[in-house]
Structures are given as structure tokens and as C-alpha cells.
Design a protein around this ligand. Structure first.
Ligand SMILES: Cc1cc2nc3c(=O)[nH]c(=O)nc-3n(C[C@H](O)[C@H](O)[C@H](O)COP(=O)(O)OP(=O)(O)OC[C@H]3O[C@@H](n4cnc5c(N)ncnc54)[C@H](O)[C@@H]3O)c2cc1C
Length: 364
């Protein structure tokens, strides 16, 4: 199929990347977003591309995450002239532990990843001191797991520019009320029609889906974040541990996260959580104990019940690309590729089989 007219709902990283890949395939694309600019979960994210850190055992999400991580270099090369424009790095990420901490989960993770052929590096106390000198003396060891990282805000900006270059009609400030077949009804009474509609409205998708006759349930999960004014070169790799995560951003300090709170759509900062996160950053990396907090923010992770995304054509005119929860940045390349394949009626990447609406309904 060529030159389909597609309406994408949602201007976060998922909607924008789908719009971009569809426009590259020759579709005429209109993207609608309720907000004046893209500042929801994709803007809030830390930017770790970390399938192995997030998995405790083999499973469909781990497989999807690995497949998407493999696609990140191509995705970045297609998007920007220089990977550093989005601070894309493929240097792996730490999973450290402190002395007296229970390492059973780490040992189990190391075993399953090694058995699966993933290149896991284990460093003891002395080696870690040389490899990441900023770590505290109580750091007893760490795994270095294959992973990447980006600055999601820069990827979102690059995707908007790439969409504009390909003639995607980006309409921010256009709130969608419901979808009726190929027609998208806006809150102001206007309507936009296409041959296919892609619903990628993050944490707001379940409500919009219900108004459009699709049974999809989920809830936002709030994450509190902060940024410390420290030299990002203090850390050579991001850190993902039981005490939270630390992500160095080129020339922009170190991002610290995060909380997981189910409290509806409340996006207010939580001063106690900010204090806790800042304190735990200083425990693992003592130099950060003195670093000033230069920015705080929250974001709403789009979680569907069961915790897995749905990427599927659910009617002849409606495609869902939603529920990416903690891994939407990681899963962007494969989601955009899959949505383009669905619309163009190409073969889907094999890892997509577990992310249909039917599979969601069984899990739920
Ligand atoms: C604190 C935090 C840290 C994270 N860290 C990571 C990480 O390190 N790595 C990783 O892979 N993932 C991470 N994530 C998860 C990731 O950010 C999300 O999974 C991903 O951004 C979801 O993208 P999205 O485009 O679906 O949603 P969003 O970015 O939320 O975009 C949805 C868009 O839909 C629009 N919209 C909503 N309702 C309507 C409507 N009715 N009409 C029109 N438009 C509408 C919104 O305005 C919004 O722009 C993190 C998330 C958070 C909150």
C-alpha cells in the first residue's frame, strides 16, 4: 500500500517516530497533539536504552527491547547527521551493588543473560574503582551490561524537524475527543479524516480508546526526576541500581531518577521524593552529595494493565501504539518500524507477536 493518508494522535516520541517512518514510506501524515508542545513522558524520560537492566528473566518485553536496542544506531543515523546531536552513546550501563546488599537478583540476572549469550562484564571492588572512580568505597561490585543512552528531549526535537522536512502536518494544540472509524473528532468540534488512524497518546490512550469503542485499560505511573549541576564526565556510564539511576548528559549535568507512583494524572513535584533521590545519588557517588539541584520535573509513564505495550491494528482503520510504560524510549525504533509495516501491510518484526490487543486481553 502506498500514499495512505494517516492521522497520528500523540506528539510524544512514539507518535512522532511513527509519523516520521510513515512519511518516509510515502504516506501523507497529519499528527495531532493536545498540548502546545511535546512535554509529556518522552520529554521527562531519563533516556536509558536498557533492556537487560529492566529484565529479571527472559520474556517478550526483554526480546522486544533487545530487538529495538539493535535498531537504535540505524534510527539515529537516519535521524541526525551526528549521533552526538542527541547524545547517543552505546557504552553500556552499570548495575552496581553495595557491601552487605543481597546480590541474589544480580546473580540470577547474570546467569540468565550469560546463558542467552549477552556480553555481561562483572567487576569486583578493585576493578570498579579503576573503571568508575567516582563510585563510593562501599561499592562492592557491578555488572556492566550492554545498553545505550540518548537525551530524549533532543530526540523529540530532531523527530519534529525530520517530520517537518518530510511534510508531516504537525498540529499541536489539537485535543482529540474521540475516533470514529477513519474520522478523528477534535475537542473544538472540528474533524480530521484519514484512511488509517494511529493512536499513540501515551498515558491518555486508554480513555481515548474507550471513547472510540476499544476496550483498553491502564493507569499513569508518575516518575519524579531531578538534574544535578555536576560535571557529566564524573560518570563514564549510566548507573541503574536498587537506589535509583544516574544518567550523565553531555554538558548538562547528571539526571537522577526516579519514583513510581500511581496517583492519577497528578504531575506535581514531590519535595520529599526529590530529597530522597538527591541523597541516594550522594551515597553511590559521594561527589554528587555537594552538587546543586538545577532542575526538577515529573512525567507520567503510560502503563497498560499487565505492564506491556500494545502495538497492533485493531480495526481496518485503527492502529494502537501505546503502553510503553518504563521503556518507551528504548522501544521507539521497533515501534515506529512496526507501525509503518502494519499500515503498509508488510511483514512485522517477529518480536511483535506478544503485543497484540488479543494478547493484552488474555493478560488482563
Ligand atoms: C520519569 C520517567 C523516566 C523514564 N525513563 C525512561 C528511560 O530511561 N528509558 C526508556 O526507554 N523509557 C523511559 N521512560 C518511559 C518513556 O518516557 C515512555 O514510555 C515514552 O515516553 C512514552 O511515549 P509516548 O509518546 O507514548 O507518550 P508521551 O510522551 O506521554 O506522549 C503522549 C502525547 O499524547 C498527547 N495527548 C494526550 N491526550 C491527547 C488527546 N486527547 N489528543 C491529542 N493528543 C493527546 C500528549 O499531549 C502527549 O504529547 C521514562 C518515563 C518517565 C515518566
Amino acid at each position: 500500500m502506498t500514499n495512505s493518508a494517516v492521522v497520528v494522535i500523540g506528539g510524544g516520541i512514539i507518535g512522532l517516530s511513527c509519523a516520521w517512518r510513515l512519511a518516509q514510506r510515502g504516506c501523507t501524515v497529519t499528527l495531532l497533539d493536545a498540548a502546545a508542545e511535546s512535554r509529556e513522558a518522552s520529554w521527562a524520560a531519563a533516556g536509558m536504552l536498557a533492556p537487560h537492566h529492566e529484565a529479571d528473566a527472559p520474556g517478550p518485553l526483554w526480546a522486544l527491547g533487545q530487538a529495538s536496542l539493535e535498531r537504535w544506531p540505524r534510527f539515529v543515523a537516519d535521524l541526525v547527521a551526528d549521533p552526538m546531536l542527541v547524545d547517543f552513546r552505546q557504552v553500556g550501563g552499570w548495575l552496581p551493588w553495595l557491601e552487605n546488599e543481597d546480590t541474589a537478583a544480580v546473580v540470577a540476572k547474570e546467569a540468565f543473560l550469560t546463558a542467552a549469550g549477552v556480553a555481561v562484564r562483572r567487576l569486583g571492588r578493585r576493578e570498579i574503582g579503576a573503571a568508575e572512580p567516582a563510585f563510593c568505597n562501599a561499592c562492592a561490585g557491578a555488572l556492566l551490561l550492554p545498553a545505550g543512552q540518548v537525551i530524549p528531549r533532543l530526540v523529540v526535537s530532531a523527530l519534529q524537524a525530520a517530520c517537518r522536512r518530510l511534510g508531516v502536518h504537525l498540529r499541536f494544540g489539537a485535543r482529540v475527543a474521540r475516533v470514529d472509524g477513519p474520522t478523528v473528532h477534535l475537542g473544538d468540534g472540528a474533524a480530521v479524516s484519514g484512511e488509517v488512524v494511529v493512536l499513540a497518546s501515551g498515558a491518555w490512550t486508554p480513555e481515548l480508546a474507550r471513547h472510540s469503542g476499544v476496550d483498553l485499560s491502564g493507569e499513569p505511573v508518575k516518575g519524579q526526576m531531578l538534574r544535578l549541576g555536576a560535571d557529566d564526565r564524573l560518570l563514564r556510564h549510566f548507573v541503574h541500581s536498587n537506589h535509583g539511576y544516574l544518567v550523565p548528559r553531555l554538558g548538562c549535568g547528571i539526571v537522577v531518577g526516579s519514583t513510581m507512583v500511581s496517583d492519577g494524572f497528578d504531575r506535581r513535584d514531590d519535595p520529599q521524593a526529590i530529597a530522597r533521590l538527591a541523597a541516594s545519588a550522594g551515597v553511590l557517588v559521594p561527589a554528587l552529595a555537594r552538587a546543586p539541584i538545577i532542575e526538577t520535573w515529573t512525567g507520567l509513564r503510560p502503563r497498560l494493565h499487565g505492564g506491556l505495550p500494545v502495538i497492533d491494528r485493531v480495526s481496518p482503520t485503527l492502529v494502537l501504539a501505546t503502553g510503553h510504560f518504563r521503556n518507551g524510549i528504548l522501544l521507539t525504533p521497533i515501534t515506529a518500524e512496526a507501525v509503518a509495516a502494519i499500515v503498509m501491510q508488510d511483514e512485522l518484526p517477529k518480536e511483535l507477536a506478544d503485543f497484540t490487543l488479543a494478547a493484552f486481553q488474555v493478560r488482563h
